[in-house]
Design a protein around this ligand. Structure first.
Ligand code: HEC
Length: 123
């Protein structure tokens, strides 16, 4: 094998090695999201989860003086939770879908539902 042949041979080997290395890295990256996608709704609490979602995704249109209804305190949120309008609006069933710009994730909706089923506690 002449020099040129050897160079091509080594380039060929290093390309194969780098491909298998990349593949290994890609596969372990793909494993991670599926682990974090586990939806643990049992841990949903008002202060850590429900209020955090409402403060980021709802309060812009539902401040205390909003004509569309306030979501600015535990009391009003709890009332809407217990009469059913909170969950119905998140599912877009019987009420306009909230947020109007796009539904929350299934996990967020399930989490809020489990908090409501638990009696919408101030936990
Ligand atoms: C872009 C503005 C906007 C955002 C963001 C928004 N809403 Fe609304 N919301 C409205 C409007 C407008 C209405 C009245 C719509 C209607 O009656 O059809 C409404 C009505 C509602 C109602 C029914 C009225 C009531 O108070 O009983 C509920 C419940 C509600 N929204 C909950 C939410 C929740 C929960 C979020 C966040 C996940 C949210 N909204 C985010 C604009 C918004």
């Amino acid at each position: 094998m002449n020099l040129c042949g050897k160079i091509i041979f080594f380039m060929f080997i290093s390309v194969i090695l780098s491909c298998t290395k990349d593949k290994g890295k890609l596969m372990s990256d793909e494993d991670k999201p599926s682990n974090t996608l586990v939806c643990d709704t049992n841990t949903y609490t008002y202060n850590a989860d429900v209020k955090a979602i409402i403060d980021t995704k709802c309060i812009g249109c539902h401040a205390s003086t909003s004509p569309y209804g306030s979501l600015a305190s535990y009391t009003v949120i709890k009332n809407k939770a217990l009469v059913g309008s909170l969950l119905s609006s998140l599912k877009g069933e019987g009420y306009s879908l909230m947020p109007p710009t796009g539904k929350l994730s299934d996990c967020e909706i399930q989490g809020i539902e489990s908090w409501i089923t638990a009696g919408a506690p101030n936990n």
